[in-house]
Write a protein that binds this ligand. Structure first.
Ligand SMILES: CC(C)(COP(=O)(O)OP(=O)(O)OC[C@H]1O[C@@H](n2cnc3c(N)ncnc32)[C@H](O)[C@@H]1OP(=O)(O)O)[C@@H](O)C(=O)NCCC(=O)NCCS
Length: 324
């Protein structure tokens, strides 16, 4: 379907937040219906950036109304496409608007010599929705699953059967640096480090953690549900689980990982059960998490823990290849 002649694609930085409000409200409804996720905190943050005219991206304008937007953020030489959304319509035109917005942004990024890498995980959009746009621009695509567990079904208390020499305790802010070291170790050669290059280094993992823990980049971080397992002598972390609240009814696990030397001893299973119990105490009725389909160890773990797939989405990655 071609874009109607009346739709203009313009630089997002020209638009004040109030002009995007109807689109963000409509998007919030879809987040709520599809993922049980309260989008209002993210929308508020976006509106601050919009009002500061700092958000790179494009808006779709039709009959003087903003009907869609796309944006990205820059991290040094990487651009991360944060979101694309167009006001739902009874026909296919919203999809066409989103594709047009994405094409404009990709053209900008791929033609910017300082951009070496582009990553995108459009969590809201079912897998395949925009795959053709990314694939035709040379992106690698990875299917990811949005899994959900109904907590009330989890009757059993977590089995705490720890290996000798380690302790389990709640998360504290002092865990940030050791957690970054654990994540870099746990994701070495892992499929998720192809999708998110932050996992490939301790400094990158620290950025990932700061975003989750300090800036609530993925829901409101909850130290009460988040736990670490610590080796007593070295004080290094051997496992961790981090959780955030994404709505009154839903908790979200933003990270779970175990050091390779401590795997297959039931630590992840125990941490998941513990977190479920803590979310339940906070009044949540379900927990969600995302996992890459090819990460079969983790998928097997979650399915064994009675998580079910509510939704699938795509991660897309593009890397500039320089010729010498
Ligand atoms: C996935 C991960 C957290 C599992 O941690 P773990 O402590 O080894 O998992 P557990 O010992 O609790 O395993 C529980 C169940 O998960 C499944 N599982 C875990 N590792 C598996 C593997 N290597 N192969 C097959 N199944 C596996 C099994 O069903 C296992 O039960 P069983 O041992 O009774 O057969 C760990 O492998 C890891 O840190 N991976 C890298 C980071 C990652 O992928 N995190 C998840 C991102 S969504």
């Amino acid at each position: 379907m071609a874009l109607g002649a009346s739709v203009e694609i313009l630089d997002l930085r020209h638009f004040a937040a109030t002009l995007l409000r109807p689109v963000l409200d409509a998007e919030g409804e879809v987040w709520k219906q599809r993922l049980h996720w309260d989008y209002r905190t993210s929308a508020r943050l976006l509106m601050q950036y919009l009002d500061n005219h700092m958000l790179p991206g494009y808006a779709a304008l039709e009959a003087e109304q903003v009907t869609g937007y796309v944006f990205c953020v820059y991290e040094e030489t990487k651009a991360v496409i944060g979101d694309v959304f167009a006001m739902p319509t009874p026909d296919q035109s919203a999809h066409t608007v989103e594709q047009t917005l994405l094409r404009h942004l990709l053209e900008l990024l791929l033609n910017s010599p300082q951009v070496e890498r582009v990553e995108s995980q459009l969590l809201l959009h079912p897998s395949g929705t925009h795959a053709a746009v990314f694939a035709s621009s040379g992106f690698e695509m990875y299917r990811r699953l949005f899994l959900v567990q109904q907590i009330a079904e989890i009757a059993r208390a977590p089995q705490v059967d720890l290996p000798a020499g380690v302790d389990l305790r709640a998360w504290t802010d002092e865990d940030l640096a050791p957690a970054a070291r654990l994540i870099a170790e746990a994701y070495r050669g892992h499929p998720d480090s192809l999708i998110n290059d932050q996992y490939r280094s301790v400094a990158g993992s620290m950025r990932f953690l700061n975003n989750i823990v300090r800036y609530s980049g993925c829901g409101a971080f909850s130290p009460q549900v988040s736990h670490v397992i610590v080796e007593r002598t070295s004080r290094e972390l051997v496992a961790l689980i981090l959780g955030s609240r994404v709505s009154p009814q839903s908790g979200h696990i933003t990270q779970v990982c175990v050091h390779p030397e401590f795997r297959r001893r039931g630590l992840a299973r125990m941490l998941l059960a513990l977190t479920a119990q803590r979310f339940l105490r906070q009044g949540a009725t379900e927990i969600s998490l995302t996992v890459t389909e090819s990460n079969t160890e983790a998928v097997d773990l979650y399915l064994a823990e009675r998580y079910t797939c509510r939704h699938t989405f795509d991660a897309a990655v593009w890397q500039r290849h320089r010729t010498a």
